[in-house]
Design a protein around this ligand. Structure first.
Ligand code: G6Q
Length: 558
């Protein structure tokens, strides 16, 4: 029986009843193993997998049944997911604490379709910025844009942090095979000047272009790095009047950009309805277009749009981001997983975990609901991981045999862009083997038989066997991309954006604010003043630990 058919049989329930029903179902199915589920259904792989926007998702290696899925889908409906999805698509102000619409999906829509926000069609503005970006990036890439002394630009330094860094940095790394052969793109984020100086060491100011990317243009790290970069140019014979050839900006803050001294002709705007961690699709993505060309950037947008269309239109039971999100909720809220490991089996996707960590944890790392009441259930999990196969030699031990467990998202690419076929075969074999091992595990009986066949004595078998047992029954998803090209990369990132949205909608949180980032920022400003004055201000009322640390740093010459 298909999921859709089962779903039609269920009467509507409110969200609380759905949570309760799922808890009951979880208790009742506690003893079920995935080995049993596969053994009892020859078509589990076909039934628990789907394609969308060129991506393939296999979610069959999860501890769930048709009834689990049916109940999760009911929870989604009872949580108002379909209305919330439409509200985001249509530009309603779903970011209620900042009173903003959430419209990163508009950035990748076809220009011909109007989208009115606050009485204004936003699509012409989006189109104008993309046209300006094309003109700018074409000029830099074809050598028409020159440094102050007439040298071609050979190096672009993108200065930004958080959402103004992680997305474009990840996409540039992922699309490294599309890069311009004479133009290198670097990223600087950390206020630790080792970051900036490491990049600048190899660069020549006359052929370097800085892009200062900051939605607000007041972020301490970015502004400090931008000022130091400016000084570096001036100290290295770039005349002040020629700085406009070496600086561009992406921001909502026209006055800030002007006050910094960047020519506003070199400024590309974005809008308050683009959240930082969703901004790589806006002009914040300019390093992607500089590195790979505007056509590649447009393909990236097209791939994301294809996933948007799927997400907005597909029924929930055949909707890839929805299913991924619901499985995440099942693992987190019912089976008790508090973390999710991301394992991209492609070197160029090595920053996927970093990007998803911010996307997910900043969006759903919340403990109150939209009405300000404390959540009674866990919300967003910890996201972590690194590229396979490297991770296998680091933390996969914990995944297989640790007392805790984490569901894993394996992401692999079918066709490589190199010709070392054997390497790629080994890479994919490892990816598939890991999910198989996590699911099947190895029982005491199997281990004992193996050791006996290898000629071990009974005493040795008794001693070794417990260490070689794998509990198995550990869930994973596998996402396959046919190629790592801009279209499928766009679809992959959008898939996770929507997954995060669905989970936030079901947990009832605002996935689009980030107040938790604020407190540390405010305290840092105070402490920095004290460090500059070389003494702790008694009115700061620091705790003894913080005061001790500041004093020790000052005493030792910080
Ligand atoms: C992302 C967050 C945050 C933000 C950075 C940089 O969603 O809002 O990571 O992107 O703090 O902010 P600016 O772009 O304003 O410098």
């Amino acid at each position: 029986m298909t999921v859709r058919k089962i779903n039609e049989l269920k009467p509507p329930m409110d969200a609380r009843s759905c949570w309760n029903a799922l808890t009951l179902h979880c208790n009742q199915t506690e003893a079920l193993t995935m080995r049993q589920l596969f053994a009892s259904d020859d078509h589990r792989f076909q039934r628990y997998s789907l394609e969308a926007a060129g991506l393939f998702l296999d979610y069959s290696k999860n501890r769930l049944t048709d009834e689990t899925l049916q109940s999760l889908l009911q929870l989604a409906r009872a949580s108002g997911l379909e209305d919330k999805r439409a509200a985001m698509r249509d530009g309603q102000k779903i970011n209620t604490t900042e009173h903003r619409a959430v419209l990163h999906t508009a950035l990748r829509r076809p220009w011909s379709e109007a989208l009115v926000v606050d009485g204004r069609d936003v699509m012409p503005d989006i189109r104008d910025v993309l046209l300006r970006l094309r003109a700018f990036t074409d000029k830099v890439r074809n050598g028409e844009w020159r440094g102050h002394s007439g040298l071609m630009i050979t190096d672009v330094v993108h200065i930004g942090i958080g959402g103004s860094d992680l997305g474009p940095r990840f996409a540039c790394e992922a699309l490294t095979t599309y890069r311009h052969e004479c133009l290198r793109v670097h990223f600087v984020a950390n206020v630790d000047a080792h970051d900036l100086h490491t990049v600048l060491t190899d660069l020549v100011p006359a052929s370097t272009l800085f892009v200062i990317a900051s939605k607000t243009f007041i972020t301490m790290e970015t502004m400090m790095n931008a000022h130091t970069a400016r000084t570096w140019c001036l100290d290295n014979d770039v005349p002040e009047a020629e700085l406009h050839r070496h600086f561009a900006a992406v921001s909502t803050n026209l006055e800030g950009v002007r006050a910094f001294g960047i020519d506003v002709d070199n400024m590309f705007p974005l809008w308050d309805w683009v959240g930082g961690r969703y901004s790589l699709w806006s002009a914040i993505g300019v390093p992607i277009a500089l590195q790979c060309g505007m056509d590649v950037f447009m393909e990236l947008l097209a791939g994301a749009h294809a996933m948007d269309e799927h997400f907005f239109n597909a029924p929930l039971e055949a909707n890839m981001p929805v299913l991924l999100a619901l499985i995440g909720i099942w693992n987190a809220n019912f089976l008790g997983a508090r973390t999710v490991s991301i394992a991209p089996y492609h070197q160029h996707l090595q920053l996927l975990g970093n990007h998803l960590q911010q996307l997910d944890m900043e969006s759903n790392g919340k403990s109150v609901n939209l009405d300000g009441f404390s959540l009674t259930r866990s919300s967003g999990p910890v996201i972590w991981g690194q590229a396979g196969t490297n991770g296998q030699h680091a933390y996969f031990q914990w995944l297989h045999q640790g007392t805790e467990w984490a569901p894993v998202d394996f992401v692999a690419v079918i066709r490589p862009t190199h010709s070392s076929h054997l390497h790629h075969e080994a890479l994919l074999a490892n990816c598939f083997a890991q999910s198989e091992a996590l699911m099947k595990g190895k029982s005491l009986d199997e281990v004992s038989t193996e050791l006996r066949t290898a000629g071990r004595s009974a005493e040795e078998i008794d001693r070794l066997a417990p260490h070689k047992v794998f509990p198995g029954n550990r869930p994973s998803n596998t996402i396959l991309l046919p190629y790592l090209d801009p279209f499928h990369l766009g679809a992959l990132i959008a898939l996770y954006e929507h997954k995060v949205f669905v989970q936030g909608a079901i947990w009832g949180v605002n996935s689009f604010d980030q107040w938790g980032v604020e407190l540390g920022k405010v305290l840092a400003v105070k402490i920095q003043k004290e460090m500059a004055a070389n003494q702790v201000n008694p009115d700061s009322h620091h705790d003894a630990s913080t005061q001790g640390l500041i004093e020790r740093a000052l005493r030792l010459g910080a």
